[in-house]
Design a protein around this ligand. Sequence first.
Ligand code: ZN
Length: 245
Amino acid sequence: MELPPLRVTVWNEFRHERSNPAVAAIYPQGIHEALAAPLRRQPDLRVRTATLDEPAHGLGDEVLAATDVLIWWGHKAHAEVSDAVVARVQARVLEGMGLVVLHSGHYSKIFQRLMGDTCSLRWRDATDKERLWNLLPSHPITAGLGECLELPREEMYGEPFGIPTPDELIFISWFTGGEVFRSGATWRRGHGRIFYFRPGHETHPTYHHPQVQRVILNAVRWARPTACLRDGAPRVEPREPLPPG
Ligand code: ZN
């Protein structure tokens, strides 16, 4: 049976690209368009983008209701994301929507809320190379990836990472400076699947890297909802007659 199209919304803060020429040179249409472009080449996906400065951050009720998997990139304006939008995104994840959180999204309101933890880490933007080791070569998220993925220049994120123990640890990164980091991990919250993927500092061309694009595509397909189940806590009638009281 053929599945209906998978509806993907790519959300981006879209501030660095408009204020830093070095970032604009790498992502002239914005990080969201760089993330969306390879997804749009997939015939089974329907891809839209949304950004912080749109009304309701581009994530109104209609958009969220028509989103199967949401991708999230944010960094310097986490505090500007409205709590009402965060609550709606959380509710959609609990109903079954997939969520792929990228890089500095570790400190986003939505990721912190879903993790229930600090999501803190150590960092350095210098001259490190990053090597992501593929820990689960049979997992759908690492399909076609080989034993590791190397990025010649990336920001370093180091442990301890303030997250609850993942359901599945997909990648561990090693950096030239010696640190390691849990750079790909999954969780379930309610009926929704969540994947955190570390690479993607805005001053490096990481989202143009074919293997990074491959991981994100794999993750989008992995996070596809299997159901949309609203929480209602209903009072129910007994299935069998109850003994007289
Ligand atoms: Zn960064």
